[in-house]
Design a protein around this ligand. Structure first.
Ligand code: 5MM
Length: 351
């Protein structure tokens, strides 16, 4: 399939992306937090439960996998990409190699992974991947982010994206301005604008086809330690303004990261953005924590009760699917939560 078509399939109306590409270290932290041992079997077990949830293919267009998962087999003998394909879900893969301290500014991180990338891309394509992800992180503080980190990460993101398109896959370009810090929403707007400007300049320099990428940015928020209240209407207006100013019109869409927002905040804010969207850009989700937190807590209560975990995950995915078209409402959340509390193992709660 052409990469433009893959990008549009990733952004299909009312669908978004599940980021399940936690490296083993991060996945171990997540499992530790609910006191489940981080064995290969448990990492696969939890993920397979999510990937086979009721109606998952109606809400999720793609799943970002980690190297371990894309090579695993599900309980019915299918490889994980085959299992996803059967549900009309595109398999994707994280291809960056994580972050390292930046020369000249060691408090900041750059993302590594270009060495040998072309060969790894061929391998992942043969395993079934049709899109990829590379994440760069930027910290806001009095002196950060530096121009050095903005430039270094933009150059790597652009080189990565060009190689991925050459390998006939869609690159998710993820520059994440972290929520940590005591800055206000205007500082987040200013930094995110500078980061996006530089990224798109480098993407152009590398002749990356804008129609064949998906941007995965942060929303524009007050810093998590600022003590300031986040207002969804203001977040939506600032986020939309920032993206309108900085994203070329050929880019088909945006799949936001959740970045430490609660599940409800991430849904509410995506919905608000879609309610005021007056552009051709598609806005959807590519959430990790904001799709998985509730399901992980439920699973930890009884890792053998697959249906209870799946009903929590399907509910969250459905709420975000509504938010992806601006049709989510708080009462849908409350009504469905009540059903979940009274009958937690009912499998078909949300037809
Ligand atoms: C799912 O977590 C991803 C991988 O993290 P590590 O490489 O640190 O293990 C992460 O890149 C994720 O895809 C994005 O941050 C979006 O996830 P959130 O939880 O912010 O929506």
């Amino acid at each position: 399939m052409e990469i433009e078509k893959i990008a549009l399939q990733m952004l299909a109306s009312g669908k978004g992306i599940l980021a399940a590409d936690e490296s083993t270290g991060t996945m171990t932290k997540r499992l530790d937090s609910v006191k489940v041992p981080s064995t290969e079997e448990n990492r696969l077990g939890f993920r397979e439960i999510l990937f086979t949830s009721n109606k998952v293919g109606s809400y999720v267009s793609g799943v970002i996998l980690y190297d371990e998962t894309i090579k695993q087999k599900s309980s019915n003998g299918d490889t994980i990409p085959e299992l996803l394909n059967k549900q009309n879900i595109l398999p994707g893969i994280k291809v960056d190699a994580g972050t390292k301290p930046l020369d000249g500014s060691p408090d900041e991180l750059y993302t590594d992974g270009l060495t040998g990338l072309s060969e790894r891309l061929k391998e992942y394509y043969n395993l079934g991947a049709r899109f990829t992800k590379w994440r760069a992180v930027y910290k806001i503080s009095k002196d950060h982010p530096s121009q050095n980190v903005i430039t270094t990460n933009a150059k790597s993101l652009a080189k990565y994206a060009a190689l991925v398109q050459e390998a006939n896959m869609v690159p998710i370009v993820e520059p994440e301005v972290l929520m940590d810090g005591n800055h206000d929403i205007n500082k987040c707007f200013e930094v995110t604008s500078a980061v996006l400007k530089e990224c798109f300049q480098e993407l152009k320099n590398e002749k990356v086809k804008m129609e064949g990428i998906v941007l995965k940015p942060n929303m524009i928020l007050n810093g998590a330690d600022s003590g300031l209240k986040n207002e969804p209407a203001i977040i939506a207006a600032k986020t939309l303004e920032c993206l309108k100013n900085n994203v070329p019109k050929e880019v088909p869409g945006i799949a936001f990261l959740s970045g430490g927002q609660s599940e409800l905040e991430a849904t509410t804010n995506l919905n608000e953005i879609n309610k005021i969207n007056d552009t051709k850009l598609i806005f959807t989700f590519s959430y990790g924590r904001a799709l998985q937190q509730g399901a992980l807590k439920q699973w930890a209560k009884d890792i053998h009760d697959k249906k209870a975990t799946q009903s929590v995950f399907s509910h969250r995915a459905y709420m975000n699917s509504l938010a992806a078209t601006g049709s989510w409402k708080q009462d849908k959340e409350v009504l469905l939560s009540l059903i979940h509390i009274s009958e937690p193992t009912r499998p078909r709660l949300i037809s």
